[in-house]
Design a binder for this molecule. Structure first.
Ligand code: NDP
Length: 336
C-alpha cells in the first residue's frame, strides 16, 4: 500500500518536503469493515487547511498521518451491510492505494457507474457546494446579476452554469484569456473577466451595468476588493472559499479596510454567509444528486476534468492547484 503522509506543516506554499511517500502492507479488514482500493483521488483546495494546525472547522492531519482526501474506490471485500465486492463507492479514502472503512459516509454507486470520477466533481462535493451555496444562500431571482470568482474551477464553473439555468446574468472572473474563453464559449456565461489583466476593476464594472446582486466568493483578496463597490443593496454573498489566502503567512499590506467592509454591509444591507458544505447542506445531497445528474445528462451543465496519472504525481499537482495551474477539476488516477 503506497501512501502519502504529512511530513511537515508547510509555511506558505507546500513543497517537495510537505508530503512523504511510504509503503506498507495492504491493510486487513476486521469485522464490520471493508477493504477499498482507491481508483481516483480528488485534489481540493481545502487540503491546504488540513496541512496546517491553524484554527479551522476540521482537525488537521497529524504529522506522519495519511493525507486525507475524497476518493472513488472499488470494494475488494466487505463485511459492511449494503456493500459488496466490486461495488464502486465514493469514500474518504485518503492519499493511498487502499483504505479500510466501516461504511460511514460512504456512497454506493453500484457495479458499473458512468464516469465514476465525476462523483468527485460536478456530481459530488464541489457540485453540491456550488448548487447549495447558490440556491440556499444566494437566493437567486430571475434577471439578477451573479458574479462568480474562480469561474473555470469545479465549483465556480458549476455555480455560473446553474445561474444561467435559473435565468441570471452571469459574469465569471478567472485567471487568463484561455480560461475566460472557455467560461464564455463552452460554459455559456455572459462574460468572463481576467483578474490578472490590466484595469481588471474597470472591466468588471463595465460587465455589470446593473450592479451585482449575488457574489459567489471563492477567492478573496484583490478580486473581492474590486467586487465590493459594485454590490447592490440587499446583495447576497455566499462565502465559499478564499483560495488567494490559503498559502498566506500574514495579512496583506495596505490600509485596514475592515470598516469599509462593515460600512458596506450596513449601508447596503448585505448578507454574507460562510458555509461548510456537508455540515450545512449535507442533508440536501439527495435533492442535489437528482437535479444535477438530470442537468448533466441533458448537457445543460458541462464539466471539465484534468486527469493526473499516478499517485506519485499527486503532490506536485496539488501545489499547482493552489497556484492557478489547474484548468478544471484535478483528479489523480491511482491504478493502471
Ligand atoms: P478551483 O479549482 O477553482 O481552485 C483552484 C483555482 O483557484 C485556480 O485554478 C485558480 O484559478 C484560482 N486561484 C488560485 N489562486 C488565486 C488567487 N490568488 N486569486 C484568485 N484565484 C486564484 O477549486 P474548487 O472549485 O474546488 O474550489 C473553489 C473554492 O471553493 C475554493 O476556495 C475552495 O476552498 C472552496 N470550497 C469550499 C467548500 C465549502 O464547503 N465552503 C467546499 C468546496 C470548495 P485562476 O487561474 O482562475 O486564478
Amino acid at each position: 500500500n503506497r501512501m502519502y503522509v504529512l511530513a511537515e506543516r508547510p509555511k506558505g506554499a507546500p513543497d517537495g518536503k510537505t508530503l512523504r511517500l511510504e509503503t506498507a502492507e495492504v491493510p486487513s479488514p476486521g469485522p464490520g469493515q471493508m477493504l477499498l482500493r482507491n481508483e481516483y483521488l480528488s485534489l481540493d483546495p481545502y487540503m491546504r487547511g488540513r496541512m496546517s494546525d491553524a484554527p479551522s472547522y476540521a482537525a488537521p492531519v497529524e504529522i506522519g498521518g495519511v493525507m486525507v482526501g475524497g476518493t472513488v474506490a472499488q470494494v475488494m471485500s466487505s463485511d459492511v451491510a449494503g456493500f459488496e465486492t466490486d461495488d464502486w463507492v465514493v469514500a474518504f479514502g485518503g492519499w493511498q492505494d487502499y483504505a479500510l472503512s466501516d461504511g460511514t459516509g460512504v456512497i454506493n454507486m453500484g457495479k458499473s457507474p458512468d464516469n465514476p470520477s465525476w462523483a468527485l466533481g460536478v456530481l459530488g462535493m464541489p457540485g453540491l457546494t456550488a448548487w447549495a451555496g447558490l440556491t440556499q444562500i444566494g437566493q437567486p431571482k430571475e434577471g439578477e446579476t451573479l458574479v462568480v470568482a474562480g469561474a473555470s474551477g469545479p465549483v465556480g464553473a458549476t455555480v455560473g452554469q446553474i445561474g444561467k439555468i435559473l435565468g441570471l446574468r452571469v459574469v465569471g472572473i478567472a485567471g487568463g484569456a484561455e480560461k475566460c474563453r472557455h467560461v464564455v464559449d463552452t460554459l455559456g456565461f455572459d462574460e468572463c473577466i481576467d483578474y490578472k489583466a490590466d484595469k481588471f476593476p474597470k472591466a468588471l464594472e463595465a460587465a455589470v451595468p446593473d450592479g451585482i446582486d449575488i457574489y459567489f466568493e471563492n477567492v478573496g483578496g484583490a478580486v473581492f476588493d474590486a467586487v465590493m463597490p459594485l454590490l447592490n443593496t440587499s446583495a447576497r454573498i455566499p462565502v465559499c472559499g478564499l483560495i488567494s489566502q490559503y498559502n498566506a503567512t500574514s495579512l496583506p499590506d495596505g490600509p485596514d479596510r475592515m470598516n469599509l467592509l462593515l460600512g458596506t454591509i450596513l449601508r447596503k444591507r448585505m448578507t454574507m454567509r460562510g458555509f461548510i458544505v456537508f455540515d450545512d447542506f449535507g442533508h440536501l445531497y439527495p435533492e442535489f444528486a437528482k437535479q444535477m445528474s438530470d442537468w448533466v445528462t441533458k448537457g445543460k451543465i458541462k464539466y471539465r476534468e484534468e486527469m493526473i496519472e499516478g499517485l506519485e504525481h499527486a503532490p506536485a499537482a496539488f501545489v499547482g492547484l493552489l497556484d492557478g495551474e489547474a484548468f478544471g477539476k484535478r483528479v489523480v488516477k491511482l491504478s493502471d
